[in-house]
Design a protein around this ligand. Structure first.
Ligand SMILES: *Cc1c(COP(=O)(O)O)cnc(C)c1O
Length: 438
């Protein structure tokens, strides 16, 4: 099985190159050459499979011979040490909770799998691998935990000083071992620019094997398919159509769902719900794609994306045919005021507490069902992408009561932060890397 670039300029590559390189040089995104549907027997026997067994079947069907079967099985097993429970909220509306991983965000699925997949390829090559990540908060934590103690991989995380929450900072700076954090005296864009310059620096690349762990990596996309199957598996009445609303920023989460559908998972409709960064809903409405730059800051800040990177993959999946995209996806956007209104309403009416991203997903689902007269006739599912305590200030203020912080997260408060200090200067960054690791 080979992987092609959505821009069709760079040559096809094998899985190892797609994973270690993350993005083709033509700046497209990697996609599998074929998406093979799962056999009917898979769906017939799905109720008897564990989450990891089911995920392995899905990954193996997609990746075929690109990776050793037993190695893949172990990677999936090790990565899926937490569940994605389907929590009923009211009537036939349920929340697929994706925040039971180590950093309480759905990005744990991607990071845990990617780290082990990279670890597998590094083990085969016996060469030390350096993973550079710039983070505005959440991604860095998930990536740090994913790669923690993976042999032969060193992770260097750059984050903007004073611009991530205290708990987010602790998630990045308290692990130690193969995880190093650099506090940058600048913005997230400065961090990203330093990392990009490093990837393009010939001298540095001769000394160190560098890889990126960013969200466009195929290795992060694949495991995000698994929980759509897990949602289906947990449905009590599979005869009713399944409709899924995904709170979207870079559209990686929903793209994984669309691939799951191509593999035969019966999802009748996807709803993409965004905040004020409504590039995709506007595209479906007007057929014009207008990135928003700079992106608009909102309470659902993990979705503050003005130019969704996975848009290319969606266009590629549908050969650019907007009518077929509209058949599979509807899209809505909501303001901060609407987000908080929904957060409060769902708490008051059903006692269910959500993070702002999840509130947007709930609202998108309900609007779609109401507009199409489908209430109580379908299995309505919205995805919860983060635990409400990760956005504790705004959630508590909105619902007027305190939110419990899970013990693991709370314990971070007392751990000691260890981070290097970095001015926004590439030569200093390079000296740090060479001085510390070479
Ligand atoms: C990253 C993230 C999103 C957006 O996911 P995409 O795959 O980028 O669309 C939504 N919610 C939370 C909490 C996130 O961390």
């Amino acid at each position: 099985m080979q992987f092609y670039s959505t821009k069709h300029i760079s040559p096809n590559v094998d899985l190892e190159e797609a994973v270690m390189k993350s993005q083709p040089s033509d700046k497209g995104l990697y996609m599998p050459e074929v998406i093979t549907p799962l056999p009917a027997s898979f769906f017939e026997g799905i109720k008897d499979l564990t989450f990891a067994e089911m995920a392995f079947e899905v990954a193996h069907c997609l990746l075929e011979d690109s990776i050793d079967k037993e190695a893949l099985k172990k990677i999936v097993w090790d990565a899926l040490q937490f569940d994605a429970p389907l929590q009923s909220v009211h009537d036939d509306i349920a929340c697929l909770e994706l925040f039971h991983g180590p950093t309480l965000a759905f990005k744990d699925f991607g990071a845990q799998f990617m780290a082990r997949l990279m670890g597998h390829f590094v083990k085969e090559s016996q060469e030390k691998q350096y993973v550079l990540v710039a983070t505005s908060g959440d991604t860095g934590g998930a990536v740090a935990r994913g790669f923690f103690q993976v042999p032969n991989i060193e992770v260097i995380i750059l984050y903007p000083s004073g611009k991530v929450s205290d708990l987010q900072e602790k998630q990045l700076t308290t692990l130690g071992h193969n995880i190093s954090a650099l506090e940058v005296n600048g913005t997230f864009d400065d961090c990203q620019a330093l990392v990009k310059t490093a990837f393009n620096d010939e001298e540095l690349n001769q000394k160190m094997r560098l890889a990126s762990a960013n969200s466009i990596s195929l290795a992060r996309l694949i495991p995000q398919m698994f929980y759509y199957f897990r949602a289906y598996q947990q449905l009590k009445d599979k005869s009713k159509p399944m409709i899924v609303c995904v709170p979207s920023g870079n559209f990686g989460n929903i793209t994984a769902g669309l691939i799951a559908k191509r593999m035969g998972l019966p999802i009748a409709k996807f709803i993409a719900a965004t905040n004020a960064n409504k590039v995709f809903p506007e595209y479906l409405k007007t057929e014009n794609y207008h990135p928003i730059s700079p992106s608009i800051a909102t309470y659902s800040n993990a979705m503050d994306v003005g130019n969704p990177s996975n848009f290319q993959r969606i266009i590629d999946l549908y050969d650019g045919d907007i009518e077929s995209i509209r058949q599979d996806i509807s899209a809505y956007s909501y303001t901060d005021a609407e987000t908080l209104e929904t957060l409060k309403e769902v708490y008051n009416e059903y006692g269910y507490v959500m993070c702002p991203h999840t509130a947007i997903a709930y609202r998108g689902l309900m609007e779609y069902l109401r507009t199409n007269g489908l209430e109580k006739q379908v299995n309505g599912i919205f995805l919860a992408t983060a635990h409400p305590s990760k956005f504790i200030d705004i959630v508590e203020e909105t619902i007027g009561t305190s939110v419990e912080i899970p013990a693991d997260l709370a314990a971070l408060k007392d751990k000691e932060k260890v981070a290097g200090w970095l001015e926004v200067d590439f030569e200093t960054f390079k000296e740090y890397l060479v001085g510390r690791f070479i």
